[in-house]
Design a protein around this ligand. Structure first.
Ligand code: NDP
Length: 300
């Protein structure tokens, strides 16, 4: 194996350490405790796990964590009323509505009802517009985590060729905007892209956010390129025993790690950075709301 492994677990711990330090300063110097409210509608087991781990991480960082678990049949009006209360609650600096929502709720309407300054997921249309125009915004957590790891590895990203595979609103598009903001030459590839292997081969930086297990093999990677694998795919693992599964990314790690200069593993790469960046966004939102200095190294 030739690639450097970018250890997302370790990096996330350092981000969480910086968040905790900043929270301590806010509490000790200003008497302000940052607060994050997470809203979960329904009983999707995966979402419940995410919400629990977000709450635990928030508390561990010294912040206030509030969970609102609503019945799957909650009406849109009731959900909007809760968000309105949270928007007006001065002890809450970040609001996250766990997605996906049940079908009867209009996701865009709900997300756009969050105060943009408290939108720690960065999905509100105002934050999307601010990011797109290079202004200060709340940045979606997963792409922010990828950017932090890339900056840490490369120092400057200026002039590098970056290919983002995937054009979703939560990963691909904001990732491309962030790379552009750091002066990369950015290509966004998707399911209609012609000759994807050739497009990926041009890249100094490859960000794979597709949701297809091990779709990007090593022979698509330019030697020495940096590979950020956002994908989380659960596949059968009969070698571990009957009915067993394992997680893989969108990149074929075994072959890509022979060619790349640096690569994130799955698990243990981008995943841990997502929660760390949610905490970072909450402390950033709290600092901005109080007109205080933003935490260094935790924003885009
Ligand atoms: P979406 O399904 O919303 O988007 C997938 C994108 O991949 C689409 O733009 C699609 O193109 C593109 N795509 C699909 N098939 C191909 C193909 N054969 N060739 C090229 N492009 C293709 O996924 P998300 O962005 O939400 O998530 C992507 C992956 O990242 C998933 O595995 C998800 O689990 C993971 N993820 C991980 C997170 C983390 O914390 N590590 C957080 C969020 C997501 P088109 O638009 O043309 O259909």
């Amino acid at each position: 194996m030739s690639a450097k492994i970018i250890d997302g677990k370790e990096f996330a711990l350092s981000v969480r350490g910086k968040v905790k330090d900043h929270v301590t300063r806010l509490v000790n110097d200003h008497g302000i405790t940052p607060g994050l409210a997470v809203v979960l509608v329904g009983e999707d087991p995966a979402s419940e796990v995410y919400v629990r781990s977000k709450g635990k991480a928030t508390t561990e960082a010294g912040m206030k964590s509030v969970e609102h678990k609503l019945d799957a049949a909650t009406s849109e009006a009731d959900l909007l009323a809760l968000i309105d209360d949270l928007n007006n609650d001065a002890s809450i600096h970040g609001i996250l509505v766990q997605l996906p929502l049940p079908d009867h709720l209009n996701e865009d309407l709900v997300i756009n009802s969050i105060d943009p300054a408290k939108d720690v997921d960065g999905f509100h249309i105002s934050n999307v517009g601010l990011l797109g125009t290079g202004q200060k915004s709340m940045v979606p957590c997963t792409p922010l985590g990828c950017l932090m790891m890339l900056r840490d590895h490369h120092g400057s990203l200026s002039g590098l060729d970056a290919v983002v595979v995937g054009r979703s609103n939560i990963v691909g598009k904001p990732m491309a905007q962030l790379l552009l903001g750091d002066s990369c030459t950015v290509t966004i590839a998707h399911s209609r892209t012609k000759d994807l292997p050739e497009v990926v081969r041009r890249a100094d930086i490859v960000v794979a956010a597709v949701g297809r297990p091990e779709m990007v093999p090593g022979d698509w990677i330019k030697p020495g390129a940096t590979v950020i694998d956002v994908g989380i795919n659960r596949i059968d693992a009969p070698e571990k025993g009957e009915g067993k599964t394992r997680l893989v990314g969108d990149v074929e790690f075994a072959t890509a790690s022979e060619v790349a200069g640096a690569i994130t593993p799955v698990p243990g790469g981008v995943g841990p950075m997502t929660i760390a960046c949610l905490l970072a966004n909450t402390v950033t939102a709290c600092s901005r709301a109080n007109g205080l200095e933003e935490p260094e190294g935790l924003t885009a």
